[in-house]
Design a protein around this ligand. Structure first.
Ligand SMILES: [Zn+2]
Length: 696
């Protein structure tokens, strides 16, 4: 109550001042809310017991002072229209430097500490390093940049910490200190929670208003002290006035004098409240940046304890360690089996440069220290990469050619009238199912035998593994025979782990001669000939997420190959085809299968609106020689900007406004050979797409 009165008092006498002075943070209201909970009070009691123990032990081993290191990621969230709001990398480095000076008692202005407080000056001995390794193990600058349409973020909703609300999600808060920088709504400079706060783990960290981050031009809060203050809260410090009034244990720190309320501006020492001279020059007060200069030893003990007690994992983090050597590559297959127009492009995504790169074929070195190897014939290749700290990576590559038969089976090599699963591992039961299909030989289409699948024998889920493919296009074909008044079906899986199956599409043939291609929520009908062999084929283009389905030479359907999740384009895969007996839904299931073929194929040449518009933009053809098509996603966005960059982020084709329609083409003939990035941005979105340019 006293606190509230004090605040009301402040508000009433200083309506004018309120214009000038901004509360450093909203910590008090968060904290007052917390202490209403019994759970929280219990937590604090346990903390106090642990803290006493810690201090006793600390007294015994005084020599054991260690420097703590905390990896930091700084998330700059900038409004797209706010041109003032530019935070440079240098400003980030300055802010980290300010933290390191303040948290090692190396700041020059520490000499402003009045002599009566010199004896309680503390040195936290905590260092902050910008992360060099991101949560995936990749190298990073430790700075993320997000362009947002949100003009101002709410302290109450904490939406700056959520990607889906226009901010950006935290990096693992057990391993990184997350600092968000942006425009925040309510009248505070920044905010933070103590480690005991009842908030989700991924909200741990501090938020600083962009005008107060690093050295700025603000007339009061221009020396980067807001981050110093908020970090104090992150390490469990409270304001010197606690929850207000002259309660003797108001901030749980013995060597900070009791003080009644916050100080603002640049007070002159001494200032008295609760009958003592106040330590208003403490980082945890609300004075101007130029007036806050020190932590007390009691605060240092609290912070070091909090780090070990509440946040020990951050001290074990590899966030400032050596990033793993990680490489990605794009393969260009040859046009024919004997052709020498294959190629590979290497992209080193993470590691410590410079790199040694070796290309080997049959044990011989055929090239070194280039990112592109062109003009190679189909075959097996090895790429060895070593970075400057000796991390090694070996990539086995197979250059194939379009038309290459990857897999096939005509069922001629098995014994007739015998269960197939006893004879081969190429065809397996699917998940928990039985597997009773057998080899038959009555009226074959070609050769002398084929596979018979009969619903009377049980479910019969017969699967053929196609790999775990994520790129290129494939022609998958086989012969089917569905007798009169009988039915058939097969399913192609995006993901076929039995614990997590994702169907790409399904094809069924009912006993009245009606076929159906079934993708998410849609059934496309087609006709097929009953009582005779016919060829069923499909072009599965994983690069473009397109499926084209053919009966004989007749195209009967095309639609997105996989649209199972909202983020489908990232997880397009081809894993298995399963010939199944859906005996629960398809009566009279009984059919024959022969001449199974799986072939590497060129990409689909469908253009414009021949197939459904994808959820994300798609580039094709890819690799591309001169005209690159951009299939725009299905959305309400009318205007996009496109830009082409190289892997260093340098612009090669400048920003270009494109409007209307779903398809756009650009001529990229002038680009050299190699891997490039197309940035597609609108008011609310940004997407980066990769493509390989072939030199023709
Ligand atoms: Zn505060």
């Amino acid at each position: 109550m006293r606190y509230l009165l004090a605040n009301l008092f402040l508000l009433s006498i200083s309506a004018l001042e309120a214009q000038q002075y901004i509360p450093r943070c909203n910590f008090d209201s968060l904290y007052i809310n917390s202490i209403k909970s019994h759970q929280f009070v219990k937590l604090i009691e346990n903390e106090e017991i642990a803290f006493e123990k810690y201090m006793k032990n600390k007294g015994k081993s005084e020599q054991n002072s260690s420097i703590y290191t905390i990896p930091v990621v700084v998330h700059i969230v900038q409004n797209e229209d706010n041109t003032e709001m530019v935070i440079s990398d240098d400003q980030v480095f300055e802010q980290i430097n300010i933290l390191n000076l303040s948290y090692n008692a190396l700041n020059e202005d520490i000499n402003q500490t009045p002599s009566e407080f010199e004896t309680v000056l503390g040195n936290p001995e905590i260092e902050f390093c910008l992360a060099s390794v991101d949560p995936m193990g990749y190298s990073t600058t430790g700075i993320t940049r997000t362009i947002t349409s949100v003009t101002s973020f709410s302290t109450a909703q904490d939406n700056i910490k959520y990607t889906n609300q226009g901010g950006i999600d935290a990096w693992d808060t057990d391993s990184y200190l997350n600092i968000w920088v942006g425009k925040i709504t309510s009248g505070v400079l920044g905010y933070s929670n103590t480690p005991t706060a009842n908030i989700p783990d991924h909200e741990q960290g501090i938020v600083v208003g962009y005008s107060y981050f690093g050295h700025t031009e603000h007339d009061k809060y221009n020396m980067g002290k807001t981050a110093v203050h908020e970090l104090g809260h992150y390490l469990n410090l409270k304001h010197p006035w606690g929850i207000g009034g002259c309660d003797s244990n108001n901030d749980f720190v013995t060597d900070t004098p009791n003080s009644e309320d916050a100080y603002f501006g640049n007070p002159i020492h001494p200032q008295v409240s609760c009958e003592t001279n106040d330590m208003f020059m403490n980082y945890m007060d609300y004075v101007n940046d130029s007036s806050m200069v020190m932590f007390s030893q009691g605060q240092v003990d609290r912070m070091q304890f909090a780090l070990l007690y509440y946040r020990p994992s951050i001290l074990e983090s590899n966030g400032c360690g050596i990033p793993a050597l990680i490489s990605e590559y794009d393969i260009i297959h040859a046009s024919e089996s004997e052709a020498s127009d294959g190629g590979v492009h290497i992209e080193i995504a993470s590691g410590i440069p410079p790199y040694d790169i070796l290309y080997l074929q049959n044990g011989d070195t055929i090239a070194e220290d280039v990112m592109d190897l062109l003009g190679i014939t189909p075959g097996d290749y090895i790429v060895q990469i070593i970075d400057s700290v000796g991390q090694q990576l070996t990539i086995d590559l197979q250059i194939s050619f379009y038309g290459n038969l990857i897999d096939s089976d005509n069922f001629e090599s098995y014994s007739p009238d015998s269960l197939l699963f006893l004879q081969t591992n190429n065809w397996m039961a699917f998940c928990q199912d039985t597997f009773a299909a057998n080899i038959d030989f009555i009226s074959p289409y070609e050769g002398s035998q084929y596979l018979e699948i009969n619903g009377n024998d049980g479910h019969n889920e017969i699967s053929k593994n196609l790999g775990d493919l994520q790129s290129n296009a494939y022609d998958l074909s086989f012969l089917l025979y569905v007798p009169q008044a009988r039915s058939a079906s097969y399913t192609v899986y995006n993901e076929s782990l039995c614990s997590d199956t994702e169907i790409a599409y399904q094809v069924t043939y009912d006993d009245e001669g009606n076929g159906f291609a079934i993708s998410t929520g849609e059934e496309i009908p087609f006709n097929f000939p009953q009582g005779q062999w016919f060829k069923m084929s499909q072009l599965i283009d994983l690069d473009r997420n397109i499926l084209e389905l053919y009966v004989g030479s007749q195209k009967v359907a095309n639609f997105p190959y996989y649209s199972g999740t909202s983020d489908a384009f990232d997880s397009v895969k081809l894993s298995k085809i399963v010939f199944n007996g859906l005996i629960d839904t398809l009566p009279n299931l009984h059919y024959f299968l022969d001449d199974f073929k799986f072939i590497l194929a060129p990409n689909s040449d469908l253009i414009d609106n021949e197939y459904k518009i994808p959820e994300k933009a798609v580039l094709y053809p890819n690799p591309v020689s001169n005209i690159l098509n951009i299939q725009l996603p299905d959305s309400d966005i009318i205007a996009y900007q496109i830009r082409v960059m190289n892997s260093m982020g340098q612009t090669l084709i400048p920003r270009n406004q494109i409007q209307g329609g779903n398809l756009y083409s650009i001529n990229i003939d002038d680009l050299p050979f190699g891997l490039f990035y197309l940035e597609l941005s609108s008011k609310d979105s940004r997407q980066i797409l990769k493509f390989v340019h072939l030199d023709d």
